[in-house]
Ligand binder design. Structure first.
Ligand code: NAI
Ligand code: MG
Length: 489
């Protein structure tokens, strides 16, 4: 059994929720309809799809497959709700959002367990990171609802109308919170679509929305895959699109929206550089590297998937990394000792495995920890590549799995040039004892978020988003309000 020090060092700073000792309290329905106009309704065409537990490959539930007609119904419900919602006193709107946050806290154990069951992430992460941060996001934006005039002094802030929101499977509940909370605080109504492999916490959130007494139609949640997402993007009654997912789909959405009046934000892929200078606190840096790439199985857009380590300490760092990887436990997401849970889907595991083959084919030396993995389910041992170069695909492309590509550098400028040699620009990390180096590096790395002597820290007050192919617009903090408002002089 791992000691507490052996856990992935992750502290989101928002730890409200007690530990889920058992899963008896989990209530997952056999089948979910679409949440439209305040009710769960059957899909027009009567079609449903399975969502499975990636750790067992067992079916958890059946979820409605929303057609164009269903999306149309959801958008109309959101439009109908918009007038009364926008005319409501802002402080009243805020109260509803606070209520969502509080009910989410009360049900945090259930949310955490369902998140881990449906998506494969370790219960320690869903319990201590995903669910508390999701509640924190609602709390934070609830506070802004009646203070928008102070957020944008001297300007009139008006909501956009109906926001269409499409989210991925890596942080299902947290991404729903990132989307819904600021939209509502600014006076918009929403149609949200969770990812097809992880719809269940969104369905639970729909129950919370109903229990919070939010007026019918202010929040609508429709389930389905890419076609359902496209129906939201292309619906003429939608005023804003917020998308988080692959760069590929982000491009499709951008093209679809060109020439329309829809405002949009895109949160896309990443290939973050984590830069370790020789003067860094090496043991801390090793923990930061481990957390940076293995947190949430590496299904993290801001994962530190490219490691740059200064040559004089490279051997030491790589050896310590390998030793630390040996202590990581891969397995049952519901076990509190698990460090690395299940890969989210068969499809994602195939993608990751194809990159393992590509990396070796390119001449990289692959190292994997030797821990056992269960027979059933989708698993990938923590993996690193050495002997790779800038042009290799495992260095350039987002793998979205527990796979780290390691390169070395001699000088500051070399590290910076290599770090910026990527089509992405979402996040980065720098580890050094020297404050001046931190400032110089964080200002020169072209990325939306750069952490210093830490990694993967999130807070609702701080904006998050990318440059280049990592997307456009910011979520979180004051900047996150701007994405849901039209500012007038
Ligand atoms: P994806 O981009 O296809 O899925 C994200 C969301 O978009 C899902 O809700 C999906 O149903 C929806 N969607 C798919 N096609 C759409 C379309 N044409 N119009 C509107 N919505 C659409 O991502 P996928 O296929 O699940 O993962 C593939 C790769 O994408 C991963 O290996 C990873 O590299 C990257 N990815 C990055 C994420 C991030 O947070 N940056 C999140 C998820 C995936
Ligand atoms: Mg699932």
């Amino acid at each position: 059994m791992a000691t507490p020090e052996n856990k992935l060092a992750f502290d989101a700073g928002w730890q409200y929720s007690p530990a889920p000792e058992s899963t008896d309290h989990i209530k997952v329905r056999k089948r979910y309809g679409l949440f439209i106009g305040g009710d769960f309704v059957a899909p027009e065409k009567g079609k449903y799809f399975d969502t499975v537990n990636p750790a067992t490959e067992e079916k958890l539930s059946r979820v409605a497959l929303a057609s164009d007609a269903d999306v149309d119904k959801a958008v109309k419900a959101a439009r109908k709700a918009y007038g009364p919602w926008v005319r409501m006193k802002p402080a009243e709107r805020g109260k509803y959002i606070y209520r969502i946050a509080r009910i989410m806290q009360e049900r945090s154990r259930e949310f955490a367990a369902i998140e881990s069951l449906d998506g494969g992430k370790p219960i320690r992460e869903s319990r201590d990171v995903d669910v508390p941060l999701a509640a924190a996001h609602f709390f934070y934006y609830a506070g802004w609802a009646d203070k928008l005039e102070y957020a944008f002094p001297g300007r009139k802030a008006r909501p956009l109308g109906v926001a269409g929101q499409i989210i991925p499977w890596n942080f299902p509940l947290l991404m729903a919170a990132w989307k819904i909370a600021p939209a509502l605080a600014c006076g918009n109504t929403v149609v949200l679509k969770p990812a097809e492999t992880t719809p269940l916490t969104a369905m639970k959130l729909a129950e919370v929305v109903a229990d919070a007494g939010i007026p019918d139609g202010v929040v609508n949640i429709v389930t389905g895959a890419g076609e359902t997402g496209a129906a939201i993007v292309n619906h003429p009654g939608v005023d804003k699109i917020a998308f988080t997912g692959s760069t590929e789909v982000g491009r499709i959405i951008q093209q679809a929206l060109a020439g329309t009046n829809k405002k949009y934000t895109l949160e896309l892929g990443g290939k973050a550089a984590n830069i370790i200078f020789a003067d860094a606190a090496i043991d801390q840096a090793v923990e930061g590297i481990i957390n940076g790439i293995f947190f949430n199985q590496g299904h993290v857009c801001c994962a530190g998937s490219r490691l740059f380590v200064q040559e004089s300490v490279a051997e030491e760092v790589i050896q310590k990394l390998k030793d630390r990887m040996e202590t990581l436990i891969v397995g049952d997401p519901l076990d509190k000792n698990t460090d690395i849970g299940a890969i989210n889907s068969r499809q994602q595991l195939d993608t990751i495995e194809s990159y393992l083959a590509i990396g070796q084919g390119e001449g990289g030396e692959m190292y994997q920890s030797s821990c056992p993995v269960p027979d059933k389910g989708y698993w990938c041992r923590p993996t690193l590549f050495t002997g790779v170069s800038q042009s290799n695909r495992v260095v350039q492309e987002e793998i979205f799995g527990p796979v780290l590509a390691i390169q070395t550098f001699r000088t500051f400028d070399e590290a910076l040039t290599k770090a910026n040699n990527t089509p992405y620009g979402l996040s980065g990390g720098v580890w050094t004892d020297k404050g001046a180096k931190i400032f110089k590096m964080t200002q020169s790395v072209r990325a939306g978020v750069v952490w210093a002597n830490t990694f993967n820290k999130f807070d609702p007050t701080s904006p998050f988003g990318g440059y280049k192919e990592s997307g456009m617009g910011r979520e979180g903090g004051l900047h996150g309000l701007d994405a849901y408002l039209r500012l007038e002089a």
